[in-house]
Design a protein around this ligand. Structure first.
Ligand code: HEM
Length: 156
C-alpha cells in the first residue's frame, strides 16, 4: 500500500484513543477483579495511557514530551504490583469490549496489530509487576508497534 498510515492515524488519532481509555477505565472502576488494582490511579491516568499507546502506535510523542514520561517510567508504575494472569486477561477483555463500544477501527489487519501489541504489553506488565527492579533503562526508547505481517490496513 502506498503511503501506509500509522496504526495511530488509522485508529483515529488521539481523540479516538482517549475515548477508548475513558470508556475502558469506567469499566475497570466497576470490575471486581480490577477495581482494587486501580483504586488509587491519578485523574490523569486514562489520558496518560492513551498518550502512551498512541506514541507506541506511531503517533506524536505525547507521553514522553507532553507528560514527561518514558518507557522506563511507564514500567515503573507496574513494579511490585504483583498483577495476576486473571487480572491481565480481564484487562484485555475490557479493553477490547471498549474498542468495540467506541467503534474503533475493526478491520482484521488493524485489530490483529492492536491485539498483538496489547498481548505483548500486558504480559510484560505482569512480568514487571513481580519485581521491584526496573528491567528497563532510563534511556531506552519507547517501544514502537507496526502493522506486522499484513503490512497495512484492510483493502477491499
Ligand atoms: C499494553 C499494556 C499496558 C500499557 C501500555 C500500560 C500503560 C500504563 C501507563 C502509561 C501507566 C502510567 C499512567 C500514568 O502516568 O498516570 C500505567 C500504570 C499502571 N498500570 Fe498499566 N499498562 C498496561 C498494562 C497493564 C495491565 C495488564 C495492568 C493490570 C492488570 C496494569 C496496571 C497498572 C497499574 C496498577 C498502574 C498504576 C496505577 C496507579 O497510578 O495507581 N497495566 N500503565
Amino acid at each position: 500500500m502506498k503511503d501506509t498510515p500509522s496504526l495511530y492515524a488509522w485508529a483515529g488519532g488521539q481523540p479516538a484513543l482517549e475515548r477508548l481509555t475513558e470508556v475502558f477505565y469506567a469499566k475497570v472502576g466497576k470490575d471486581e477483579l480490577l477495581e482494587p488494582v486501580f483504586r488509587h490511579m491519578s485523574p490523569e491516568h486514562s489520558k496518560h495511557v492513551a498518550h502512551f499507546i498512541g506514541e507506541v502506535l506511531g503517533g506524536p510523542p505525547a507521553y514522553t514530551t507532553g507528560d514527561g514520561g518514558s518507557h522506563a517510567g511507564m514500567v515503573r508504575h507496574h513494579l511490585g504490583k504483583m498483577l495476576t494472569e486473571p487480572q491481565r486477561r480481564r484487562w484485555i477483555n475490557l479493553l477490547l469490549d471498549s474498542a468495540d463500544e467506541v467503534g474503533l477501527a475493526d478491520d482484521p489487519e488493524f485489530r490483529s496489530a492492536l491485539v498483538g501489541y496489547l498481548e505483548w504489553g500486558s504480559r510484560l506488565a505482569v512480568i514487571n509487576s513481580q519485581t521491584s527492579d526496573n528491567p528497563v533503562n532510563e534511556n531506552e526508547p519507547m517501544p514502537k508497534w507496526g502493522w506486522g505481517e499484513p503490512g497495512g490496513p484492510y483493502q477491499p
